[in-house]
Write a new protein. Structure first.
Length: 184
């Protein structure tokens, strides 16, 4: 699974940049997800320290960029998904990708009506579109449990499009959702 779908959703779109007030022009579109800049600062410093310990050469401004991204991500992630995702990102070993945090944390999230609807529709729709010769990335069907219902509902709407349009719809939806977060 690639992060480009959620962090990179949300997941994937979400986690990729970490590594989701300000992502939406309409504050009614997102759940109440209190900003926790102190927590984000600690997380981002820990991520910087992890990258350094893993032999990576973090950018000097990585901590500040990470904090800004998480302020935005909080408008995309479910409130209960933020802390376990951040913990996973910091605690994973040096050889483990960020994708593993989506596959670890997403299944632990409580099901909502929105995630249930998306889950029920995505893989069957993918199979149908594959049969028609208009596949979309299966990555889109995973990690969505990390996202707020308002985000999941937008993705679900894409699945009602003709198969030839679903890939562009999902891709465009992720780009629009992540644009205020620096496109990551």
């Amino acid at each position: 699974m690639k992060m480009r779908t959620m962090v990179g959703v949300i997941g994937v779109a979400f986690v990729a940049a970490m590594s989701l007030p300000g992502c939406s022009d309409d504050p009614q579109e997102t759940e109440n997800n209190d900003q926790k800049p102190a927590d984000d600062s600690k997380h981002c410093q820990a991520l910087f320290d992890r990258d350094t310990a893993c032999g990576k050469m973090p950018e000097p401004n990585q901590v500040e960029e990470c904090i800004a991204q998480w302020v935005c991500y909080r408008n995309l992630y479910r409130a209960e998904a933020v802390a376990p995702t951040q913990t996973c990102l910091v605690e994973r070993d040096c050889m483990t990708s960020t994708d593993s945090c989506v596959s670890t944390v997403a299944p632990t999230m409580p099901e909502t009506a929105s995630t249930k609807a998306f889950d029920a529709a995505c893989l069957p729709r993918l199979a149908e579109c594959n049969m028609e010769g208009n596949p979309f990335l299966d990555d889109y069907c995973y990690g969505f449990e990390l996202a707020q219902d308002s985000v999941v509902d937008k993705l679900t709407a894409c699945l009602s499009q003709p198969c030839s349009m679903i890939s562009d719809c999902l891709s465009g939806t992720f780009e629009a959702i992540l644009a205020p977060c620096g496109g990551k």
